[in-house]
Design a protein around this ligand. Structure first.
Ligand code: PLP
Length: 416
């Protein structure tokens, strides 16, 4: 069964979008590339590549410390990128946007700065079962240091968070709820606004992992009322090595810095140091200027296309993929939440995921195999690994047809 039409959304010109991503236009093992690994890292549009290239060719100098023209140009662009990111998640102020190296560093920053200052012996920290390791391990490290306890918020067989169990756990008055907005190994979209409301009523703060939501849907941190929200530049079509911690200004203001050095101070003497204002208090050292600029351009790019149009397009492609998967008795899909974004995680009966990944690659189809840094999810489903096809804005139904053609080849080989 193949559906040829890509006219899924009148506002969303998929052919023009695909043409803006040069890496898509290549052959892999003699086949035109089908990139279904955007969940791990998305490809980059020309505007992002050109912005980084232009910066290094023309404007590069260190920011915030120079009066010369190049330093001023770099500073203006770097600071403007923060305003783009502020708009991207609708933060109340650009002081609430802290640059980090990615989601991982952002979550560690919260655990180490807010956590060390606020968590004490006997406290409970709630962490969902569907988290990426980067929203589990920092809390385990904090709990070990403070003699606190990490408690698991369970999920059900569809990969849906168990809200009854969550409400019960809240009765224990936890201090933190660490929760992903979209689960990377399953695609589950968690009801974050409701989770935040319930957590706040119980006196907990919410630290949300937005690594897999920000590429796919419009995020409004004020409407969500979330306390901290972390995401990565490379998953929103920006560069690697740059990411964001959004935090409510009142919380960030009260937190101690976590790294000391240049740029995070107002004055230093051997009698003591006065720390800089937000956001610089949390950004010690020369920042990743070029990639911050690239990430700002990527955020503007997504806002220009419109996150609602992106979500509608990807949802349509995902529904098509799920309908094709439903035709296959040999295929098990992990993650069947009614609200699901951009991810098809699956097993094929009798075939190891790594063999699937390798055979698909030989047909030009890039998917990811492994535990996806979510080993508790694998343990829940009793599998060592899955094969994951994850969508980006440039994927269309033909890409899904190529994936299933590839799966046909895999099954032919293994049934011989
Ligand atoms: N959280 C989720 C849900 C992810 O999918 C990922 C990356 O795959 C991360 C966190 C970590 O992101 P990064 O490696 O960019 O820090």
């Amino acid at each position: 069964m193949a559906i040829a039409s890509n006219k899924l959304n009148a506002d969303f010109d998929i052919d023009s979008i695909r043409g803006q991503f040069p890496a898509l236009d290549q052959k892999v093992h003699g086949h035109s590339l089908v990139y279904l690994d955007s969940g791990a890292s998305a490809q980059k549009p020309n505007v992002v590549i050109e912005a980084v290239d232009h910066y290094y060719r023309n404007d590069h100098s260190n920011v915030h410390r120079g009066v010369h023209t190049l330093s001023e140009r770099a500073t203006v662009k770097y600071d403007a990128s923060r305003v783009s990111i502020q708009k991207f998640v609708n933060a109340a102020s650009d002081r609430e946007i802290i640059y980090t190296s990615g989601t991982t560093e952002a979550l560690n920053l919260v655990a180490q700065s807010w956590g060390r200052a606020n968590i004490k012996e006997g406290d409970d920290l709630l962490v969902s079962e569907m988290e990426h390791h980067s929203n589990i391990v920092p809390w385990q490290m904090l709990a070990a240091e403070k003699s606190a306890t990490v408690r698991k918020i369970p999920m059900d067989q569809d990969g849906v968070l168990d809200m009854q169990a969550f409400k019960k756990l809240l009765e224990g008055k936890p201090r933190v709820v660490a929760i992903t907005h979209v689960a990377n190994a399953l695609g589950t979209v968690n009801p974050l606004a409701e989770i935040v409301r319930l957590a706040h009523d119980a006196g907990a703060i919410v630290v949300a992992d937005g690594a897999q939501s920000t590429p796919h849907m419009s995020v409004d941190v004020q409407a969500l009322d979330v306390d901290f929200y972390a995401f990565s530049g490379h998953k929103i079509y920006g560069p690697t090595g740059i990411g964001v911690l959004y935090g409510k200004e009142s919380l960030l203001d009260a937190m101690p810095p976590w790294q000391g050095g240049g740029d995070m101070i107002k004055s230093v003497t051997f009698d003591g140091t006065i720390y800089n204002d937000l956001p610089f208090k949390f950004e010690a050292g020369t920042p990743n200027i070029a990639d911050a600029i690239g990430m700002g351009v990527a955020a503007d790019y997504l806002l220009d296309i419109g996150l609602e149009a992106v979500a509608a397009h990807e949802h349509s492609v995902l529904s098509y993929a799920l309908s094709r998967a439903a035709e296959r008795s040999e295929m098990t899909v992990f993650g069947n939440a009614p609200d699901k974004a951009g991810i098809l995680s699956f097993a094929l009966e009798g075939v190891h995921p790594h063999d699937i990944g390798t055979m698909l690659d030989h047909q030009g189809v890039a998917v990811r195999t492994g535990h996806h840094c979510a080993q508790p999810v694998m343990q829940f489903f009793g599998v060592p690994a899955t094969t994951r096809a994850s969508l980006g804005i440039y994927n269309n139904r033909q890409d899904i047809d190529r994936l299933f053609d590839g799966i046909d080849e895999v099954m032919k080989m293994f049934r011989r």
